[in-house]
Design a protein around this ligand. Structure first.
Ligand code: HGY
Ligand code: MN
Ligand code: MN
Length: 414
């Protein structure tokens, strides 16, 4: 930390209390959370967090896609872009209590720490949460921050259809979170996001802080296979057009391909639905999703091509048609070297072990990186588990992450 900087000390007990209070909204009863984007539970989380923002005297703006930016004034007069931090408070269906929420609530803790220290940073400090970061109800992921940075027109975002058939714009209106602030939003001076690693690296190496170098490429494809419903008992194998069989072959291929490519390559078939989904009917239709990711853009493109050609040759051999829909496609993103350096230096200054690593998960930071110098701070995930109610990060690790975040934000806002 730069010596001339005031010592702004975050307090982990307040952060833990906020995390627990937010975890009570959309509580799944097993230690986890379900606040799928733009559901009533998401709305409940929004109400709670915006209430805390207002209690802290922040200027709260809600934009037309429902992103919330709460700003603490700086001393440097009008026209100075804020330093921004934040993340998301929507969750997957089997969410834990730290994914996303840590970044937003640690931002509020930095505000409290500044108030405690009587410090007014030169630049304003903004704490944001972005709509539908998870993308699991309405694809793509990082939807709100993508619209915020001008990566998707508002109208296209409002027309998105959820896996349950809801239309994004209508849901936003229904829950009362269609704001008036325009999108794209104003580019911050810099953006730094605190997030759990959600993977095993920091814990396996006994490292406290991750200075995140960037985010790997993400490819989400939806594959629809159409065969022919038929009687499971009377239809000879040679006469079948079994969409369920092709779906299962594709799922197996995705797994084998990811393992064979090695490196950071991962592949997941997370959704798989059959129709008519009955024990004694050959599946007429299968709809599945293929999530492929890699830090290497070229290898990711190869993986996509290999999956597509396998699926199509398997489908045609079975007399099944295959059609694709892209749900999300983001190239790998490199964070700003200066911000990565600041994260690393802040950890060292606090006597914390730190290492650089890419993010396996997508984050709002990868969108803000399009418009301003951006970086992330990671803290360890126990067992590398996330998107699971057992998601856990120890209070000492949360405290370290929040303090490093505070130091970097104060440094950037000076
Ligand atoms: O899918 C992701 O990486 C993030 O959780 N949205
Ligand atoms: Mn997240
Ligand atoms: Mn997530």
């Amino acid at each position: 930390m730069v010596d001339s900087q005031p010592d702004v000390s975050t307090k982990v007990d307040r952060l833990l209390a906020d995390l627990a209070a937010l975890a009570a909204v959309g509580d799944t009863g097993d230690g986890g959370n379900c606040r799928l984007a733009l559901t009533d539970d998401d709305a409940g989380g929004r109400e709670l967090v915006v209430g805390w923002m207002r209690d802290l005297g922040l200027d709260v703006r809600v934009d037309r896609i429902g992103n919330v930016v709460a700003t603490r004034a700086g001393s440097g007069g009008p026209g100075l872009e804020p330093v921004m931090t934040g993340s998301h408070i929507d969750t997957v269906r089997t969410g834990g209590r730290y994914d996303g929420t840590l970044g937003v609530l640690a931002g509020l803790e930095v505000v409290r720490a500044l108030d405690d220290a009587g410090v007014r940073t030169r630049r304003p400090l903004a704490v944001a949460f972005f709509t539908d970061e998870e993308g699991s109800r309405f694809a793509p992921d990082m939807l709100g921050s993508l619209v915020y940075v001008g990566g998707m027109p508002l109208e296209d975002a409002l027309d998105l259809v959820a896996i349950d058939g809801a239309v994004l714009g209508a849901e936003l209106e229904r829950i009362g979170w269609a704001g008036s602030a325009p999108v794209p939003g104003p580019a911050p001076h810099a953006y730094v996001e605190l997030h759990i690693e959600q993977g095993p690296v920091l814990e396996e190496e006994g490292v406290a802080i991750g200075a995140v170098t960037g985010v790997q490429g993400i490819s989400w494809q939806e594959l629809t296979l159409v065969g022919q419903a038929n009687h499971a008992g009377t239809t000879p194998m040679r006469l079948r057009h079994d969409a369920g069989y092709v779906a299962a072959e594709v799922a197996g291929f995705v797994r084998r391909l990811a393992v064979s490519l090695g490196g950071h390559q991962v592949g997941t078939v997370g959704r798989l639905g059959l129709h008519p989904d009955l024990v004694n009917v050959v599946a007429a239709r299968a709809v599945l999703t293929v999530d492929l990711r890699n830090t290497e853009a070229a290898v990711l493109a190869t993986a996509e091509e290999r999956v597509r050609s396998f699926a199509e040759s398997c489908a045609s051999g079975e007399g099944v048609t295959a059609s694709w829909r892209t749900l999300a496609r983001f190239e790998p993103v490199a964070f700003d070297p200066g911000v990565v350096d600041r994260v690393e230096a802040a950890a060292v200054a606090r006597g914390l072990s730190v290492r650089r690593l890419p993010s396996g998960a997508g984050h709002d930071a990868q969108m803000l990186a399009r418009v301003c110098p951006t970086g992330m701070v990671f803290v360890p995930s126990r067992g590398g588990v996330s998107h699971n109610p057992a998601e856990y990060t120890a209070p000492s690790d949360l405290a370290a992450g929040a303090q490093v975040l505070a130091d970097v934000l104060v440094d950037l806002a000076a």
